[in-house]
Design a protein around this ligand. Structure first.
Ligand SMILES: O=P(O)(O)OC[C@H]1O[C@](O)(CO)[C@@H](O)[C@@H]1O
Length: 551
C-alpha cells in the first residue's frame, strides 16, 4: 500500500507556515496596489466564472499551495483515481464516479471489465424507462399514466436526487412531479403519500446496498400504503407492485428478494460511492423528471469539469486551487467551517447535499494507511440561500471571532420574469450577492463609521474588519450542465483536500457504530427487559421515560 505523504513534513508546509506567520491580510491594500488582481485570480471552468481574488491569497501563497499539491502528489493520486486504481483502500475499491460521465466512445477496463460500456448500457436502459414513463406508455395497474414518482432512499440515494430535482425544476415535464422519502421517522412517508393517487404513482427504491434500514422500512411502508390504497378503491392488487415499484441498486439479488422485477431494476457498481452517485442509476428519478436529453446535458457538465481537473496544471486547476485554499484556511487559519451560499433559490438544497459529500468524505481522524492524521481535517460545510442567510447568520460571518471562508454562487439569467414595475428584481438580488462579498473583503473602518456621524460609543459595534475570504462563482444560468459542473467542482475540491490530508475520502466507517447500536437498542425500546438492562444508565432512563410517555 502506498503510504500517504505527511503534508506537515513537506517543504511547502514549512513555507506556508512561514508565510502565514508573516502575512497581514489586507484585501483593501492588495486590490489598491494591484489593478490586475481580480483578473489574475479569476478562472473559467466550463460555464463557471470563478473569482478567487477576494481570498487571503497572494501569488506566493498560491505558488506554495501548488507546491504542496505537487509534494503530496495530488496529480498522481488524481490520475490513479481516473484510471480505476483501488484508491478506496479501506474498502479495497476503485473510485470511478468520473467513469459515469465518460463518453460512450471511451473505454476503461477496470478489474477486467469495460466500465464505460457498462455505464452506457445502463444509461440506455434508464433512458428507455424514463421515456416510457414520460410518454405515458408505462401505465399503472388500471392503465393510467404516471403522474408522481416517489424516490425512496437516504444519504447519497436521496440528497443528490432531491438537490438536483429542486435545482432543475424548470426542466421537469409538465404533469409529472417527484417526491422524496428518506427519514425513517414514519411521518416522512405518511406526509409524502397521504394525498397521492396509487393508480398514478410510481415508487423508485434507491439503495446502493439494498440493506439500509431506513430505505427498506420506508419501502415496505410505501408498499403497504399502496396496496391498502388500491384496495380502498376496490382495485385488484394482483401484479400491481410490479407496475408501481422499480429499484436502483448495486445488489440486484436483494432487489429481487424484495419482490421487484429484475427487469425494472437499474444497477450500478461498488466503485461508485453513495455520495458520488447522483449521476449513476441513482439519478433515475431525475432522468424521468427532466428527461434523457437534459440528463445527458447534466452528465456533460460533470464531464467538462472532469476534463479540466484531469488535464490542467495545478496552478490553473480550479478544483485543485479551491481545495488547496480550503487547506490553507483549515490548517493555517484554523477555520472550522465553510459556508456555501447560493444566490439561486433553486439551489436551496445544495449546501445540504454538500454536507454529505464533504463531511462524510473528509471527516476522518486516520489516514488511508491507518495512521493518525497529522493535522486538522474536515471542516464543517453549511449554508442557506442568500438573501435568507443575510437575515439569519451573516452577522457572525461579518463580525464574529471565527474566520468562515464562504463560496457565493449566482446565475446571470433567472428562470422567471423578474420585473417588479420598473425594477429588475433579479438585479436587486444580485446586488446583494455582490455587496456581501465586497463588505466581507473590504469591511468598514472606524474612520468611515465616524464620518457618518455615528456616536463614538457605538463606533466599535459598527466597524467591519474586512479580510473575510470569499469565492464568487457566476454561471450564465442554472442549466442541467451547470448543475453537473457545480457538483463535479465540489467533488474534486473534496478529493484534493483528502489527498493533502492523506485521507481515504471514499469510505464512511464512522456511520457504522450508530447503525449497529440502533438495531441493538430497538428491542429495549420495544419492551425487552433484558435488552433494556444491558444499556447504559442514561439510555435506560430515556427508554423508561419514553415508555411511560408513549400511549
Ligand atoms: O444507498 P444505501 O446503500 O442505502 O446507503 C445510503 C447511505 O448510507 C451511508 O452508507 C451511510 O450514511 C451513505 O454513505 C449512503 O449514501
Amino acid at each position: 500500500m502506498l503510504t500517504p505523504v505527511d503534508p506537515t513534513t513537506t517543504p511547502a508546509w514549512a513555507a506556508l507556515t512561514a508565510l502565514h506567520d508573516s502575512l497581514t491580510p489586507d484585501l483593501r491594500a492588495w486590490f489598491a496596489a494591484d489593478p490586475g488582481r481580480a483578473e489574475r485570480f479569476s478562472y473559467e471552468l466550463g460555464d463557471l466564472f470563478v473569482d478567487l481574488s477576494k481570498n487571503l491569497l497572494t501569488d506566493e501563497v498560491r505558488d506554495t499551495l501548488v507546491a504542496l499539491a505537487e509534494q503530496v502528489d495530488v496529480p498522481g493520486r488524481r490520475d490513479a483515481m481516473y484510471a480505476g486504481e483501488h484508491i478506496n483502500v479501506t474498502e479495497d475499491r476503485a473510485v470511478l464516479h468520473t467513469a459515469l460521465r465518460r463518453p460512450a466512445t471511451d473505454t476503461l477496463t477496470v478489474d477486467g471489465q469495460d466500465v464505460v460500456a457498462d455505464v452506457h448500457a445502463t444509461l440506455a436502459k434508464i433512458y428507455a424507462f424514463a421515456e416510457r414513463v414520460r410518454s405515458g406508455e408505462w401505465t399503472g395497474v388500471t392503465g393510467k399514466p404516471i403522474e408522481t414518482v416517489v424516490n425512496i432512499g437516504i444519504g447519497g440515494s436521496d440528497l443528490g436526487p432531491v438537490m438536483v430535482y429542486e435545482a432543475l425544476r424548470p426542466y421537469v415535464q409538465e404533469g409529472l412531479t417527484a417526491r422524496f422519502i428518506s427519514n425513517i421517522d414514519p411521518t416522512d412517508c405518511a406526509e409524502k403519500v397521504k394525498d397521492l393517487d396509487p393508480e398514478t404513482t410510481l415508487f423508485i427504491i434507491a439503495s446502493k446496498t439494498f440493506t439500509t434500514l431506513e430505505t427498506l422500512t420506508n419501502a415496505r411502508m410505501a408498499r403497504d400504503w399502496f396496496l391498502a390504497a388500491l384496495e380502498a378503491k376496490g382495485i385488484p392488487t394482483d401484479g400491481a407492485v410490479a407496475k408501481h415499484f422499480v429499484a436502483v441498486s448495486t445488489a440486484l439479488d436483494k432487489v429481487a428478494e424484495f419482490g421487484i422485477d429484475p427487469d425494472n431494476a437499474f444497477g450500478f457498481w461498488n466503485w461508485v460511492g453513495g455520495r458520488y452517485s447522483v449521476d449513476s442509476a441513482v439519478g433515475t428519478v431525475l432522468a424521468v423528471a427532466i428527461g434523457p436529453e437534459s440528463f445527458a446535458d447534466f452528465l456533460a457538465g460533470f464531464r467538462a469539469v472532469d476534463e479540466h481537473f484531469a488535464t490542467k496544471a495545478p496552478a490553473e486547476n480550479v478544483p485543485m486551487l479551491m481545495g488547496l485554499l480550503n487547506v490553507w484556511y483549515v490548517n493555517f487559519f484554523k477555520a472550522a467551517s465553510h459556508a456555501v451560499l447560493p444566490y439561486a433559490q433553486y439551489l436551496h438544497r445544495f449546501p445540504a447535499y454538500l454536507q454529505q459529500l464533504t463531511m462524510e468524505s473528509n471527516g476522518k481522524s486516520v489516514r488511508w494507511d491507518g495512521s493518525p492524521v497529522t493535522t486538522e481535517t474536515g471542516e464543517i460545510f453549511w449554508g442557506e440561500p442568500g438573501t435568507n442567510g443575510q437575515h439569519a447568520f451573516y452577522q457572525l460571518i461579518h463580525q464574529g471571532t471565527q474566520l468562515i471562508p464562504a463560496d457565493f454562487i449566482a446565475v446571470a439569467n433567472p428562470a422567471h420574469p423578474t420585473k417588479d414595475g420598473g425594477v429588475d428584481v433579479h438585479e436587486l438580488f444580485l446586488s446583494n450577492y455582490l455587496a456581501q462579498t465586497a463588505a466581507l473583503a473590504f469591511g468598514k473602518t472606524a474612520e468611515e463609521v465616524r464620518a457618518e456621524g455615528t456616536p463614538e460609543d457605538i463606533v466599535p459595534a459598527r466597524v467591519f474588519s474586512g479580510n473575510r475570504p470569499t469565492t464568487s462563482i457566476l454561471a450564465p444560468a442554472l442549466t442541467p450542465s451547470v448543475v453537473g459542473q457545480l457538483i463535479a467542482l465540489y467533488e474534486h475540491i473534496t478529493f484534493t483536500q483528502g489527498i493533502v490530508w492523506g485521507i481515504d475520502s471514499f469510505d464512511q466507517w464512522g456511520v457504522e457504530l450508530g447503525k449497529k447500536l440502533a438495531l441493538e437498542i430497538a428491542p429495549a425500546v420495544q419492551g425487552d427487559e433484558a435488552a433494556l438492562e444491558a444499556q447504559d444508565a442514561s439510555t435506560q432512563q430515556l427508554i423508561r421515560r419514553y415508555r411511560a410517555e408513549r400511549h
